[in-house]
Ligand binder design. Structure first.
Ligand SMILES: [Zn+2]
Ligand SMILES: [Zn+2]
Length: 296
């Protein structure tokens, strides 16, 4: 198919264009209508967060030069995967593939919060003391590699068309940058938009220092999984301006902002620091009020 050849040849350019386009749009929006004041200098955050993003994309190119589209093309030429096995209409295959791949990302995200050793890696994304467009792409290289391997496995089992993989990757990248934006969106628009798409206010809840809030709203693109699987939370208790972003025990700027700190972050602290499925919220001193507050 001609379109496949075009995508395969220009995949890197297509994705880079969307990345920079979205980065510029969100950066301007964050200047014009910011939701919260940043606690750390924007320059310092951007240099380090984007430094990590470029390091990761370089690493992926070296380790997996074929990338996800290459795996999809390989699977289809070998007749691998559910959609290459059954005769399903093309448009349906594309739509279903994008939705299923988004569901896998949701499950993966729940998993990296639930399994202590994986949470260590994912902490790099959460330890950011502020929340802006660059937070959305800030992940530890090992988590990036792990995500890529999970994506490859999904593609081999599913057999999605190459175009579906490209759409999915662009959608995930663009929505992650959108919903990590430190931007103001009128409540009425947010309310309607979050029926179809994860909004900045919806995902910000997930970056709260409060354990129960951080274990909510795992979706990146589609908001439906959180509602279906009971992990949806409407708003943060402290409000979007009053809430604290980050992880309780990791507040040292060098550790959570600088590139070197981000690299070593997964190796800090004891494994026992983390308890699976922290959905309960306990008020620091009064344990008697726990039940009432947790049931809210
Ligand atoms: Zn998370
Ligand atoms: Zn996030």
């Amino acid at each position: 198919m001609e379109i496949n050849e075009f995508i395969m040849a220009n995949e890197k350019t297509i994705r880079m264009s969307f990345f920079f386009g979205m980065l510029i749009v969100m950066a301007i929006w964050e200047i014009v209508a910011p939701r919260r004041a940043l606690t750390i200098s924007k320059t310092v955050r951007w240099v380090n967060n984007l430094g990590l993003v470029f390091f990761n994309s370089f690493l992926l190119r070296v380790l997996f030069p074929a990338a996800a589209v290459g795996i999809a093309a390989f699977a289809s030429s070998n007749g691998w995967g559910i959609f290459n096995y059954y005769d399903v209409p093309f448009w349906l295959t594309v739509v279903a593939s994008v939705i299923i791949m988004d569901f896998v990302i949701y499950i993966q995200h729940v998993m990296v919060h639930a399994v202590p050793v994986l949470w260590r890696l994912h902490r790099v994304h959460h330890a950011d003391l502020d929340y802006d467009v660059t937070t959305g792409a800030r992940f530890h290289p090992i988590e990036i590699i792990l995500s890529m391997l999970i994506k490859f496995a999904t593609i081999v089992v599913l057999g999605p068309p190459v175009i579906a993989v490209v759409i999915f990757e662009i959608m995930l990248n663009a929505t992650a940058m959108f919903n990590h934006g430190n931007v103001r969106l009128p409540t009425a628009i947010d309310k309607v938009l979050r029926l179809f798409l994860v909004t900045p206010d919806m995902h910000r809840v997930h970056h709260s220092v409060e354990d129960d809030e951080a274990n909510s709203n795992f979706g990146f693109s589609l908001p439906w999984w959180d509602r279906m699987f009971g992990t949806y939370r409407d708003q943060p208790r402290g409000g979007h301006v009053g809430m604290t972003i980050g992880i309780h025990k990791f507040r040292d700027t060098k550790q959570v902002t600088w590139f070197s700190g981000l690299m070593t972050l997964p190796f800090k602290g004891k494994i026992s620091d983390y308890v699976i499925n922290r959905r309960q919220w306990s008020e620091p001193q009064q344990s008697s009020s726990n039940e009432k507050r947790a049931g809210e």
